[in-house]
Design a protein around this ligand. Structure first.
Ligand code: HEM
Length: 142
């Protein structure tokens, strides 16, 4: 039993750095974006919600927008590892990518507001792509 407990604690200690990233201010905003966008994505794919969830989806997207705007003012944890000479460019590139993502979010909002399902799907795909690219460039490896 002693050994088992020791093992559990050792594993917990090892695992801590993996989760530490989640507690960054940016990580918290990203979590909000993620929850909101996922909820909208689920609603879009559910035929039963097709005509009923528009207002709820728009409210979720307003949450995502607010969190993304806050993200614009925050620095990725990775910035600490970037050499001083490259930092300005790194942060400018980060902001540009987040601004671009805000535009796509607006495309999604407009498509949903206008009831254009195909455009909404396309914007959602772009959002996923932007997320992947943004994470590849600006997010530390887990
Ligand atoms: C729909 C789009 C996006 C979603 C759903 C999303 C979601 C997430 C999630 C779930 C995390 C992990 C948060 C955590 O650790 O708890 C994260 C982290 C992160 N994301 Fe995003 N993300 C999106 C777009 C972007 C874009 C466009 C960028 C960059 C321009 C970006 C940069 C980052 C960075 C840097 C982190 C690590 C946190 C830190 O460095 O402090 N994300 N994101």
């Amino acid at each position: 039993m002693k050994y088992l407990l020791a093992t559990v604690f050792a594993v917990a200690a090892l695992a801590t750095p993996v989760f530490a990233e989640e507690d960054t201010p940016l990580g918290k905003e990203m979590d909000k974006v993620n929850k909101a966008v996922k909820a909208v994505n689920r609603a879009l794919q559910d035929p039963a919600q097709k005509d009923t969830s528009k207002d709820a989806n728009l409210a979720k997207l307003a949450d995502a927008k607010a969190a993304m705007e806050k993200s614009l003012t925050l620095e990725p944890a990775m910035a600490k590892d970037v050499p001083a000479a490259d930092k300005e460019k790194f942060l400018a590139d980060y902001k540009a990518a987040m601004q671009e993502q805000l535009k796509v979010l607006e495309e999604l909002r407009a498509a949903i507001a206008d009831g254009k399902a195909d455009d909404a799907t396309k914007a959602m795909e772009k959002l996923t792509k932007g997320k992947k690219e943004g994470h590849k460039k600006f997010k530390k490896e887990d």
